[in-house]
Design a binder for this molecule. Sequence first.
Ligand code: URA
Length: 240
Amino acid sequence: MRIDKYLSNANFGSRSEIKKMIKQNMIELNGKIIKNGKEQIDLTKDIVKVNGKKISLETKRYLMLNKPQGVISATKDSSQPTVIDLISSKDKIKDLAPVGRLDKDTTGLLLLTNDGKLAHELLAPKKHVIKTYHALVSGIVDDSLIERFKNGITLKDGTNFKPAKLKILSINKENNTSKVSISISEGKYHQIKRMFKANQMTVLTLHRLSMGSLFLDNSLQPGAYRRLSSQEINILKNKK
Ligand code: URA
Protein backbone atom coordinates (compact mmCIF):
# COMPACT_ATOMS: atom_id res chain seq x y z
CA MET A 1 0.00 0.00 0.00
CA ARG A 2 1.17 3.57 -0.70
CA ILE A 3 2.45 5.25 2.44
CA ASP A 4 0.46 8.47 1.86
CA LYS A 5 -2.75 6.48 1.39
CA TYR A 6 -2.00 4.44 4.47
CA LEU A 7 -1.35 7.50 6.64
CA SER A 8 -4.45 9.34 5.52
CA ASN A 9 -6.59 6.22 6.06
CA ALA A 10 -5.08 5.95 9.54
CA ASN A 11 -6.27 9.51 10.22
CA PHE A 12 -2.89 11.25 10.24
CA GLY A 13 -4.29 13.90 7.91
CA SER A 14 -5.74 14.39 4.44
CA ARG A 15 -3.69 13.36 1.41
CA SER A 16 -2.54 16.98 0.94
CA GLU A 17 -1.62 17.31 4.63
CA ILE A 18 0.41 14.10 4.37
CA LYS A 19 2.11 15.55 1.28
CA LYS A 20 3.10 18.60 3.34
CA MET A 21 4.36 16.38 6.17
CA ILE A 22 6.52 14.50 3.66
CA LYS A 23 7.92 17.79 2.34
CA GLN A 24 8.72 18.79 5.90
CA ASN A 25 10.72 15.53 6.33
CA MET A 26 8.36 14.32 9.03
CA ILE A 27 7.82 10.79 7.70
CA GLU A 28 10.33 8.01 8.09
CA LEU A 29 10.23 4.53 6.58
CA ASN A 30 12.61 1.91 7.97
CA GLY A 31 14.98 4.56 9.26
CA LYS A 32 14.98 6.75 6.13
CA ILE A 33 13.15 10.03 5.64
CA ILE A 34 10.85 9.58 2.66
CA LYS A 35 10.50 12.12 -0.14
CA ASN A 36 7.66 10.52 -2.03
CA GLY A 37 4.17 9.52 -0.85
CA LYS A 38 4.06 6.81 -3.49
CA GLU A 39 6.54 4.67 -1.54
CA GLN A 40 5.00 1.27 -0.86
CA ILE A 41 4.81 -0.11 2.65
CA ASP A 42 4.47 -3.64 3.88
CA LEU A 43 2.11 -3.55 6.86
CA THR A 44 3.52 -6.78 8.26
CA LYS A 45 7.12 -5.69 8.69
CA ASP A 46 7.89 -2.05 7.86
CA ILE A 47 8.59 0.54 10.53
CA VAL A 48 7.00 3.92 9.96
CA LYS A 49 7.65 6.96 12.11
CA VAL A 50 5.69 10.20 12.06
CA ASN A 51 7.60 13.08 13.60
CA GLY A 52 10.04 10.62 15.13
CA LYS A 53 7.30 8.53 16.72
CA LYS A 54 6.83 4.94 15.68
CA ILE A 55 3.25 4.24 14.63
CA SER A 56 1.46 0.94 14.78
CA LEU A 57 0.67 -0.36 11.32
CA GLU A 58 -1.85 -2.83 12.55
CA THR A 59 -5.21 -1.33 11.75
CA LYS A 60 -8.40 -2.38 13.34
CA ARG A 61 -11.50 -1.14 11.66
CA TYR A 62 -14.95 -0.89 13.29
CA LEU A 63 -17.84 0.12 11.05
CA MET A 64 -21.49 0.64 11.83
CA LEU A 65 -23.70 -0.08 8.81
CA ASN A 66 -27.39 0.61 8.43
CA LYS A 67 -27.99 -2.57 6.48
CA PRO A 68 -30.55 -2.14 3.72
CA GLN A 69 -32.87 -4.90 2.47
CA GLY A 70 -31.59 -7.09 -0.37
CA VAL A 71 -27.97 -7.60 0.66
CA ILE A 72 -26.64 -10.63 2.46
CA SER A 73 -24.50 -10.61 5.61
CA ALA A 74 -21.51 -12.32 4.09
CA THR A 75 -18.09 -11.30 2.84
CA LYS A 76 -18.56 -12.70 -0.64
CA ASP A 77 -21.14 -14.45 -2.74
CA SER A 78 -21.14 -15.59 -6.35
CA SER A 79 -24.57 -14.19 -7.21
CA GLN A 80 -25.92 -11.87 -4.51
CA PRO A 81 -24.72 -8.47 -3.28
CA THR A 82 -23.13 -8.59 0.16
CA VAL A 83 -22.72 -5.99 2.89
CA ILE A 84 -19.02 -5.74 1.96
CA ASP A 85 -20.06 -4.36 -1.45
CA LEU A 86 -21.40 -1.30 0.43
CA ILE A 87 -18.00 -0.48 1.91
CA SER A 88 -15.67 1.91 0.09
CA SER A 89 -12.22 0.71 -0.93
CA LYS A 90 -10.47 2.78 1.75
CA ASP A 91 -12.35 0.94 4.50
CA LYS A 92 -12.43 -2.46 2.83
CA ILE A 93 -9.46 -3.86 4.63
CA LYS A 94 -8.32 -7.45 4.96
CA ASP A 95 -10.51 -9.71 7.13
CA LEU A 96 -13.32 -7.14 7.40
CA ALA A 97 -16.47 -9.16 8.11
CA PRO A 98 -19.94 -8.66 9.57
CA VAL A 99 -20.35 -9.52 13.24
CA GLY A 100 -23.06 -12.14 12.98
CA ARG A 101 -25.82 -12.13 10.43
CA LEU A 102 -28.99 -10.31 9.64
CA ASP A 103 -31.36 -11.94 7.15
CA LYS A 104 -31.38 -10.58 3.60
CA ASP A 105 -34.65 -8.73 4.25
CA THR A 106 -33.69 -7.46 7.74
CA THR A 107 -32.48 -3.88 8.01
CA GLY A 108 -30.57 -1.89 10.60
CA LEU A 109 -27.50 -2.09 12.77
CA LEU A 110 -24.73 -4.35 11.54
CA LEU A 111 -21.24 -4.05 12.93
CA LEU A 112 -18.35 -4.89 10.62
CA THR A 113 -14.84 -5.35 11.86
CA ASN A 114 -11.54 -7.11 11.26
CA ASP A 115 -11.16 -7.48 15.04
CA GLY A 116 -11.91 -11.19 15.23
CA LYS A 117 -11.48 -11.27 19.00
CA LEU A 118 -14.16 -8.66 19.63
CA ALA A 119 -16.48 -10.26 17.06
CA HIS A 120 -16.11 -13.59 18.80
CA GLU A 121 -16.87 -12.08 22.21
CA LEU A 122 -19.95 -10.26 20.96
CA LEU A 123 -21.30 -13.45 19.40
CA ALA A 124 -20.38 -15.92 22.14
CA PRO A 125 -23.68 -17.34 23.47
CA LYS A 126 -22.50 -17.16 27.09
CA LYS A 127 -21.92 -13.41 26.83
CA HIS A 128 -25.68 -12.83 26.35
CA VAL A 129 -25.25 -9.65 24.33
CA ILE A 130 -28.72 -8.15 24.01
CA LYS A 131 -29.93 -7.29 20.51
CA THR A 132 -32.99 -5.08 20.17
CA TYR A 133 -35.19 -4.94 17.08
CA HIS A 134 -38.34 -3.23 15.91
CA ALA A 135 -40.69 -5.52 14.05
CA LEU A 136 -43.97 -5.20 12.22
CA VAL A 137 -45.87 -8.44 12.63
CA SER A 138 -49.14 -9.83 11.34
CA GLY A 139 -51.79 -10.23 14.04
CA ILE A 140 -52.39 -8.54 17.35
CA VAL A 141 -49.78 -8.88 20.06
CA ASP A 142 -51.29 -9.20 23.52
CA ASP A 143 -50.15 -9.74 27.09
CA SER A 144 -50.27 -13.52 26.78
CA LEU A 145 -47.76 -13.41 23.92
CA ILE A 146 -45.54 -11.06 25.91
CA GLU A 147 -45.65 -13.59 28.74
CA ARG A 148 -44.83 -16.51 26.41
CA PHE A 149 -41.82 -14.64 25.02
CA LYS A 150 -40.77 -13.79 28.57
CA ASN A 151 -40.77 -17.49 29.51
CA GLY A 152 -38.82 -18.56 26.42
CA ILE A 153 -40.27 -20.29 23.38
CA THR A 154 -39.81 -23.97 22.55
CA LEU A 155 -40.47 -25.09 19.00
CA LYS A 156 -42.09 -28.41 18.06
CA ASP A 157 -38.66 -29.69 16.94
CA GLY A 158 -37.33 -29.05 20.46
CA THR A 159 -35.40 -25.84 19.65
CA ASN A 160 -35.33 -23.62 22.71
CA PHE A 161 -35.22 -19.84 22.56
CA LYS A 162 -34.18 -18.04 25.73
CA PRO A 163 -36.52 -15.47 27.34
CA ALA A 164 -37.11 -12.42 25.17
CA LYS A 165 -38.50 -9.02 26.06
CA LEU A 166 -41.45 -8.09 23.88
CA LYS A 167 -43.07 -4.65 24.04
CA ILE A 168 -46.02 -3.34 22.08
CA LEU A 169 -45.30 -0.07 20.27
CA SER A 170 -48.62 0.21 18.41
CA ILE A 171 -51.53 -1.89 17.22
CA ASN A 172 -53.35 -1.44 13.91
CA LYS A 173 -56.67 -3.25 14.24
CA GLU A 174 -57.75 -2.36 10.70
CA ASN A 175 -54.68 -3.99 9.13
CA ASN A 176 -54.46 -6.61 11.85
CA THR A 177 -50.79 -5.81 12.49
CA SER A 178 -48.67 -4.88 15.51
CA LYS A 179 -45.48 -2.90 15.85
CA VAL A 180 -43.27 -4.26 18.58
CA SER A 181 -39.86 -3.96 20.10
CA ILE A 182 -38.15 -7.25 20.84
CA SER A 183 -34.89 -7.89 22.70
CA ILE A 184 -33.12 -11.22 22.48
CA SER A 185 -29.85 -12.46 23.90
CA GLU A 186 -29.11 -15.11 21.28
CA GLY A 187 -28.59 -15.04 17.55
CA LYS A 188 -30.08 -18.27 16.26
CA TYR A 189 -30.97 -18.68 12.59
CA HIS A 190 -34.15 -16.69 11.73
CA GLN A 191 -34.74 -16.52 15.47
CA ILE A 192 -37.33 -13.76 15.71
CA LYS A 193 -39.24 -14.96 12.64
CA ARG A 194 -39.37 -18.48 14.09
CA MET A 195 -40.47 -17.22 17.50
CA PHE A 196 -43.44 -15.44 15.97
CA LYS A 197 -44.19 -18.28 13.56
CA ALA A 198 -44.45 -20.63 16.53
CA ASN A 199 -47.26 -18.34 17.66
CA GLN A 200 -49.01 -18.27 14.26
CA MET A 201 -47.73 -14.80 13.41
CA THR A 202 -45.53 -13.57 10.59
CA VAL A 203 -42.75 -11.00 10.79
CA LEU A 204 -43.39 -8.51 7.99
CA THR A 205 -40.41 -6.21 8.62
CA LEU A 206 -37.49 -6.44 10.99
CA HIS A 207 -35.02 -3.68 11.87
CA ARG A 208 -32.17 -3.94 14.38
CA LEU A 209 -31.60 -0.92 16.61
CA SER A 210 -28.89 -2.03 18.98
CA MET A 211 -26.37 -4.67 19.85
CA GLY A 212 -25.10 -4.58 23.41
CA SER A 213 -24.35 -0.96 24.15
CA LEU A 214 -23.98 0.02 20.50
CA PHE A 215 -26.94 1.86 19.00
CA LEU A 216 -27.61 2.49 15.34
CA ASP A 217 -26.86 6.10 14.43
CA ASN A 218 -30.22 7.19 13.05
CA SER A 219 -28.60 9.73 10.75
CA LEU A 220 -27.32 6.80 8.66
CA GLN A 221 -29.53 6.19 5.64
CA PRO A 222 -30.11 2.56 4.58
CA GLY A 223 -26.88 1.37 2.95
CA ALA A 224 -24.76 4.05 4.65
CA TYR A 225 -22.09 3.36 7.22
CA ARG A 226 -19.57 5.17 9.39
CA ARG A 227 -16.56 4.30 11.49
CA LEU A 228 -17.23 3.87 15.21
CA SER A 229 -15.86 6.60 17.44
CA SER A 230 -13.11 5.55 19.84
CA GLN A 231 -15.62 6.00 22.64
CA GLU A 232 -18.04 3.56 20.98
CA ILE A 233 -15.22 1.06 20.45
CA ASN A 234 -14.22 1.28 24.11
CA ILE A 235 -17.80 0.82 25.27
CA LEU A 236 -18.13 -2.30 23.11
CA LYS A 237 -14.83 -3.71 24.32
CA ASN A 238 -15.36 -3.03 27.98
CA LYS A 239 -19.02 -3.48 28.70
CA LYS A 240 -20.49 -5.35 25.71
N1 URA B 1 -34.11 -12.76 13.78
C1 URA B 1 -34.53 -13.03 12.52
O1 URA B 1 -35.48 -13.76 12.31
N2 URA B 1 -33.88 -12.45 11.51
C2 URA B 1 -32.84 -11.61 11.66
O2 URA B 1 -32.30 -11.09 10.68
C3 URA B 1 -32.42 -11.34 12.98
C4 URA B 1 -33.07 -11.92 14.03
